[in-house]
Every structure is written in C-alpha cells, then in structure tokens.
Write a protein that binds this ligand. Structure first.
Ligand SMILES: C[S@@+](CC[C@H](N)C(=O)[O-])C[C@H]1O[C@@H](n2cnc3c(N)ncnc32)[C@H](O)[C@@H]1O
Length: 255
C-alpha cells in the first residue's frame, strides 16, 4: 500500500517536497562530528538527503534503501554520477546490511512505518557499538488544520492523528536501547495557492490516504467540497492557504 503510493508519486515528489527538504537539512545539522566509512540511509526516496550527504561526505559509501521500487529507480537515475551510492529496494523495518554501520540516517520516512518500535530495534541491530543514528520525522501537529476541518465535517470518518509526539518517539528510542544526544523541534507553515492546490500537492507527495492525512473512510463529493470551502475560509495566508508541518530531528547513539 505505502510502496504503491510512493511509487505513484516518484515523478512529482521533488516539485512539492519543501518541508521534506527542510527536514533533510535539519538531519544534516545534527550529524555527529565523525567521518564514517559507510552510511545507511533508510527511506532515501528521490535522494534529497542522499545528495546532501554526498556533499558532506564526498567519498563515503552510501547504501540508500527505499521501499518503493519506483523511488529507487528515480533516485538512481537522478544521482547516477555519484558512484558511491548503492540503491537498494528494502524495508526499513527489516533491512539488514552485511556488516553493521557506523552511521544510519533517515528523514521524513519513519512516520510511515507500521511498527516504529520494531523499526528502531532493527536499526539498533544494524549499528556498530558506538555508532550513531540521525533521524528526522514528522510528528503530531503536522497538517493539523486539515485534521481539524475534516473532523468537523465528518467526525465519524476522522480518527485522531496517528503521528507520534516527541515524547513517544523518545520513549521508543530509549526502549530500543538508544541514548539521545541531540534533539530539535521545528514548525513550518507552508503556503499553497489555494486549497485545491494544497490537496493536490499532498497527493503528489504520496501523503493522501496515509495515516498522516487520511480518515477511516474517504469523503464523499459534498463533504470534499465543504472541506475545500472551510479550509479556504479559515487558513488564509498572503499567498493563498497554509498548512503546518511539525518535525522532530534527533541524534542518538548505541553506547
Ligand atoms: C516523504 S519520502 C522522503 C524521502 C527522502 N528521505 C526525502 O527526504 O525526500 C518517504 C519515503 O519513505 C519511503 N518509505 C516508506 N516506508 C518505508 C519503509 N518501511 N522502508 C523504507 N522506505 C520507506 C517511501 O517509499 C518514500 O520514498
């Protein structure tokens, strides 16, 4: 399901991925002061963070893993001049490298996994002792305006946000055995031309229908029209309408 959604969005993803690019930069800001031999990236997508890593670590081998075959193909083509990157189709929840890594990174991906605790356990196993894991994740509060309007229009079709809070994230990291070294919270309001443009954009990012933006059941035509109208009325920005993205960036270590 997630694999299909992202594969469908591979071609259009980069055009709209401003919040994800900010988060990738934020992950680079918390990286440890080391020059690792190899890096594992989980959820490499079209390669936004991967590209930043090649600037920071020009000769380091990077294993870039993504669940979506189309995303892997797109990233491989886009960054084909960087021979140090190996593009791999795999699941962050279960992927294992041949040897443990000194540094694992992930941006704008792990809020998609169905079992975060299991994923953190797997990442812990994939790290060398003393290794580092830098991650950026969307957290609760992301697209809160959409959730608010949706719950007003169709409460029975709208579950509470499925995204984690920062405290929940940290609890999961501790339970997996990690020590938290750095943490950062960020909030970004992104403007869109109008509500239709906003909904199309999140669709083209692969977000629509996911636990980040969906409900228990799809809205019918009249509910959708009402949603567009209410959103447009309430969340006006000088450029059209806005949506909030809340993210957490953390650096943790396996002591
Ligand atoms: C929002 S994109 C972020 C991509 C990239 N990290 C960036 O910053 O632009 C999320 C990516 O995570 C991938 N993904 C989702 N669940 C995954 C999983 N369980 N394992 C690996 N990749 C996954 C999707 O296919 C998609 O390419």
């Amino acid at each position: 399901m997630i694999e299909k959604r992202f594969s469908a969005a591979a071609e259009t993803y980069d055009r709209h991925a401003r919040p994800q690019l900010s988060l990738a930069r934020s992950v680079c800001d918390v990286l440890p002061e080391i020059y690792p031999e190899q890096i594992l990236e989980l959820g490499s997508g079209t390669g936004q963070l991967t590209r930043l890593l090649t600037d920071q670590f020009p000769d380091v081998l990077i294993d870039a893993v993504d669940l979506s075959g189309k995303m892997v193909e797109y990233g491989r083509n886009k960054l084909k001049r960087f021979e140090q990157i190996t593009w791999i189709q795999g699941d962050a929840q279960t992927y294992r490298g041949t040897d443990p890594y000194p540094l694992i990174v992930s941006s704008a991906t792990l809020h998609w996994v169905s079992d975060l605790r299991k994923t953190f356990d797997n990442i812990f196993q994939n790290l060398e002792p003393g290794g580092f894991f830098a991650l950026g994740m969307m957290i609760r509060g992301t697209l809160k305006e959409l959730l608010a309007v949706r719950s007003e229009i169709a409460p029975e079709k709208t579950p509470p946000s499925a995204l984690h809070t920062l405290d929940e994230l940290i609890d999961h990291l501790h339970a997996a055995g990690f020590k938290v070294l750095r943490k950062k919270l960020s909030e970004e309001e992104v403007s869109y031309k109008d509500t239709t443009d906003f909904l199309r954009t999140i669709h083209e990012q692969g977000v629509t229908g996911s636990k980040v933006a969906s409900g228990r059941a799809p809205l019918n035509r009249s509910e959708l029209n009402r949603l567009i109208e209410l959103y447009q009325e309430r969340y006006t920005s000088p450029d059209g309408v806005y949506a909030t993205y809340e993210a957490a960036t953390l650096l943790v270590t396996k002591e």
